[in-house]
Design a protein around this ligand. Structure first.
Ligand code: AVI
Length: 324
């Protein structure tokens, strides 16, 4: 069955995370040791725009490496997926990569882009609906790290999840396994996941990618404080923080932090938070995988690796996983 976008499937995105929940998450993070803030807060409209710029930087090899693999392998993905599948994308962003799949798949029935950035999601959904009128485009504005209710999908369509960009690296491996388990339940037995994964590599390449000389990643990191000021009534002075990114070799992850340049007190919705000079707020982890770690995470989530492709520099993987 192929559904048109005029069917019962909605084109309108659903409202994002409640700000009360966000406030308690932020306060918990700022009062713990070390101080943390949730990486999902990067993606307000400005953050989404900055992230798009990061993806075009020479130093940020992830996007072009993944695209080169997808371009080379999309025909094989389409053959593996078969006709009339329902595509579900976790973190649809600017909606660029999905066009490769939508162009190659055989008569895809539906596409569910899930993203936390409301404006971007609605814009992308509207563009795709006009460019792919035979595909039911059903955007879902949500924090996909939480349990989700998907829109109704054609009951017999094979489900093909798409989780590109190595966003899986932003989860701690145990959380990655739990998240992939949820995707496995969503796609059901025989369902598939196309997963992008950044590979472990030399430290210099990683540092350049996460501390670019143009300062775009720094702006992306600092923008989180502006967002908290605006949305949660805080008074961070952004000039008193600096971007810090480094590879933690033992933990196998790039860490991003905001370093306080002086002793200061910040107020968040009436709560005072003391921050010492040189103290950091940890905003993001980006785990880099080797083959064994990937096999462990994927296997523990109930997926088997059907294909594992890399790019010509061995920087990145795209994997096709099948739910067992
Ligand atoms: C979204 N995610 C995969 C990016 C990453 O590489 O971990 C976010 C990012 N952080 C800094 N630059 C890009």
């Amino acid at each position: 069955m192929s559904l048109s976008r005029h069917s019962e499937l909605p084109l309108r995105a659903i409202a994002p995370v409640e700000s009360r929940e966000l406030l308690s998450e932020v306060l918990n993070g700022l009062t713990s040791t070390p101080k943390t803030l949730p990486a999902k807060l990067f993606y307000d409209d400005e953050g989404a725009r900055l992230f798009e710029r990061i993806c075009t930087l020479d130093e940020y090899y992830l996007t072009r490496s993944e695209l080169s693999i997808l371009r080379a392998r999309v025909g094989e993905i389409a053959t593996l997926a078969g006709p009339a599948c329902a595509l579900i994308e976790y973190g649809s962003g600017a909606g660029t990569k999905i066009r490769l799949l939508l162009d190659a798949l055989h008569a895809p029935a539906a596409y569910v882009p899930i993203d936390i950035s409301h404006l971007q999601l609605e814009r992308v959904a509207a563009d795709l609906a006009s460019d792919y009128p035979r595909v039911a485009i059903c955007p879902l504005c949500a924090d996909y790290t939480r349990p989700l209710t998907l829109p109704a999908l054609p009951p017999h369509a094979r489900r093909l999840a798409f989780f590109p960009g190595s966003t899986i690296g932003n989860f701690h491996p145990a959380e990655a396994s739990a998240f992939l388990t949820r995707i496995r339940r969503t796609v059901g037995p025989g369902g598939m996941l196309v997963l992008g994964v950044d590979r472990r590599k030399d430290t210099a390449t990683l540092h350049a990618a996460y501390d670019d000389p143009h300062g775009i990643t720094a702006a992306f990191n600092l923008n989180m404080l502006r967002r908290i000021n605006r949305e949660l009534g805080a008074d961070f002075d952004v000039r008193k923080f600096q971007h810090l990114a480094f590879f933690n070799d033992q933990a196998g992850r790039v860490e991003m932090h905001l370093v306080s340049t002086e002793d200061q007190v910040v107020h968040v919705a009436g709560t005072s938070v003391e921050i010492a000079r040189s103290e950091t707020i940890w905003t993001e982890s980006s785990y880099k995988y080797d083959e064994e770690q990937l096999a462990n995470v994927v296997g523990s989530a109930g997926f088997s690796v059907e294909r594992l492709w890399t790019d010509r520099n061995d920087h990145f993987w795209v994997s096709v996983l099948v739910a067992t």
